[in-house]
Design a protein. Structure first.
Length: 261
């Protein structure tokens, strides 16, 4: 039998660079702490031997990505160039940032754009009704997909069998007393949300926060992202979110469909 020819863009196992993988993994652990860390703590969080973590840290320090006083290590602003590379090259951010700004201005609430990354959602853009920081999620912020409005919209793009398997396999830790963790209830909720074209999650991810989200589809109807409006429970009721915010989200999401490749 003749083996099919491998595409030049298809990675081979021999192409894997373990040292680079470890370095990137180590950089990511800085996001788990809000202060500089010791070598032993970094090694433990990254799941690396102390000696390996030490060599990687010194390499990153040499490249300007990490600073150290000899005992504690912390990332430098140069790390932001990695995020900027993604944001500048991502078509969705470029297309949807003006949309998020319009939504936020009309609703007088923060609107965010999220994508699925494994079992989590990552917020990659946001619009605010003012240029002053007003709270809410920051760019790069992560939450479990199963208990967020944007996450349930994105999980809804999976077929029923794949969705059921995914929900059974993921970690479903309750973040608030309202968090639904039962996989059968989640499957029912997500399939219902898929049918009505939006998701509204009330205090499941954060105790005083509710969110409504709709899918962002590309030109062929495939869901590639989700946009939401989130608000404090004391300000906006769930009924008002459906009556005021849902038509606005749907209208703006529909406008970009033809432009997303």
């Amino acid at each position: 039998m003749v083996k099919p020819k491998r595409s030049e863009s298809e990675p081979r196992t021999t192409d894997f660079v373990e040292s680079l993988d470890r370095g990137l993994r180590l950089l990511q652990v800085f996001g788990e702490r809000s202060s500089p860390m010791r070598l032993s703590e970094i090694a433990a969080l990254a799941g690396l031997p102390r000696a390996t973590a030490r060599r990687i840290l010194f390499t990153l320090q040499h490249g300007g990505y990490v600073s150290s006083d000899g005992k504690l290590f912390a990332p430098t602003p140069r790390v932001l160039t990695l995020a900027v590379a993604y944001l500048r090259s991502n078509q969705m951010v470029a297309v949807l940032q003006p949309v998020l700004d319009k939504i936020a201005s009309a609703a007088h609430e923060i609107s965010s754009l999220a994508v699925l990354d494994g079992d989590e959602v990552v917020f990659i853009a946001r619009g605010s009704p003012t240029r002053i920081f007003t709270g809410g999620v920051d760019i790069g912020y992560r939450l479990p997909a199963f208990c967020t409005a944007v996450g349930r919209v994105l999980l809804g793009r999976l077929g029923d069998a794949e969705l059921k398997a995914r929900l059974s396999a993921i970690k479903r830790e309750a973040l608030t007393p309202q968090t639904v963790t039962d996989p059968k209830r989640l499957l029912s909720a997500i399939t219902a949300d898929r049918g009505r074209g939006y998701s509204l999650v009330d205090r499941e991810a954060e105790p005083h926060f509710r969110s409504i989200a709709v899918p962002v589809k590309r030109y062929d109807g495939i869901i590639v992202a989700a946009i939401n409006i989130g608000t404090h429970v004391d300000r906006i009721s769930t009924d008002e979110m459906q009556e005021r915010f849902l038509p606005l989200l749907r209208e703006q999401a529909g406008k970009v469909m033809a432009t997303l490749l």
